[in-house]
Write a protein that binds this ligand. Structure first.
Ligand SMILES: C[S@@+](CC[C@H](N)C(=O)[O-])C[C@H]1O[C@@H](n2cnc3c(N)ncnc32)[C@H](O)[C@@H]1O
Length: 325
């Protein structure tokens, strides 16, 4: 399998430009996928530089071990980035120069019908990104109570017709395949909204199956602890729930977006955002890679202990789309 068919990386140059500040540094790519970002990252590293590539999907690790065969600067680790603190050797803690996350699923995962991620292909209602997850989309669809389904679709899918869709599922279940779920959703929403509703319902189920938001929160906290002073966090998100968590954490050091001030009124946050305006893909990239349309990149730098983040946010952004808030 070629790298391009596995996954076409999104915001490739932008991400690496934000991430790499020291060619001798130690970096983590928490979402290895097809290795597109990792490959460019390694081009920027010296012989001393090191990269840990993490993915919870066996296919990604297998593909990367072929792609990077004979490359001694990279170490591949199968596991959930949420447990980065446990997966990485203890001695790198506090020494990481940069962490990259390019969230969500790869094209390879979407393209394999038996993974159950796509409503355009018929397959089992699975949606696990790795075999370590103990639930599947089928379990959720067939075992949740009506209220749980409704709230899941509303919260994780931001779907307005969540009640009607949950009722239709209760009526039609058991549902075993993505095709059956698609037909059930189609019976509950007007045809002109169907694709959008399907995208939201599949997103909600995927988030729940893989505990995506909890893992993102955990990696933001643990990863920040593991960065060195001036180390950078770069995250590419694909929907507003993920983006909001990153935006709040990078600005305020918490997920609620509440400014926390010390005794002198200085903001307390471990990170300082590097781009106040989110970086999005140019039209030329979206034209050749539709997945880039919803991508948003945020980057932040770790502050020295005890330093306020307010100074950081007032600096002109080093971002490609730098500028006002
Ligand atoms: C969008 S793809 C990354 C593509 C990659 N940047 C490239 O250039 O090919 C996301 C990858 O992250 C993995 N992934 C998503 N969430 C993860 C998590 N919590 N822990 C580990 N891997 C995860 C998925 O299995 C998938 O392979």
């Amino acid at each position: 399998m070629t790298h391009v068919t596995y996954h076409k990386p999104v915001l490739l140059n932008e991400a690496i430009r934000f991430l790499v500040t020291d060619p001798d540094g130690i970096y983590v790519d928490g979402t290895l996928g097809g290795g597109g970002h990792s490959a460019l990252l390694m081009e920027e590293l010296s012989e001393k530089g090191r990269l840990y590539g993490i993915d919870q999907d066996d296919d990604a690790i297998r593909h990367a071990s072929e792609r990077f065969a004979g490359e001694s600067r990279i170490t591949l680790i199968r596991g959930n980035f949420g447990y980065m603190d446990v997966l990485l050797p203890k001695e790198v803690s506090g020494r990481l120069q940069g962490i990259l996350l390019d969230l969500g699923v790869s094209s390879h995962q979407i393209d394999e019908p038996e993974r159950g991620f796509s409503f355009q292909k018929d397959g089992p209602l699975d949606m696990r990104m790795g075999e370590l997850q103990d639930t599947t989309a089928a379990k959720i669809v067939n075992e949740y109570e009506y209220e749980q389904l409704r709230d899941l679709f509303f919260e994780y899918g931001e779907e307005r017709e969540s009640a009607r869709i949950a009722r239709a599922i209760m009526r039609d279940r058991p549902l075993e395949t993505t095709g059956e779920l698609r037909d059930t959703v189609a019976s509950a929403v007007p045809e002109r909204f169907l694709n959008k509703s399907l995208a939201r319902i599949f997103q909600a189920l995927r988030i729940a199956v893989n505990s995506e938001l909890n893992m993102l929160k955990r990696v933001l906290e643990k990863g920040t602890d593991m960065l060195c002073e001036d180390g950078r966090f770069v995250v590419i998100t694909y929907h507003s729930l993920e983006d909001r968590l990153c935006k709040n954490y990078f600005r305020y050091g918490n997920f609620e977006g509440k400014p926390v001030k010390d005794f002198y009124g200085n903001a307390i946050s471990p990170l300082s955002p590097l781009n106040r305006k989110v970086v999005t893909a140019p039209d030329s990239e979206v034209a050749v890679n539709p997945r880039a349309r919803s991508a948003k990149l945020r980057a932040a730098e770790k502050l020295p202990v005890g330093e306020s983040s307010e100074g950081g946010t007032d600096q002109p952004s080093t971002g490609i789309n730098g500028g006002g808030p």
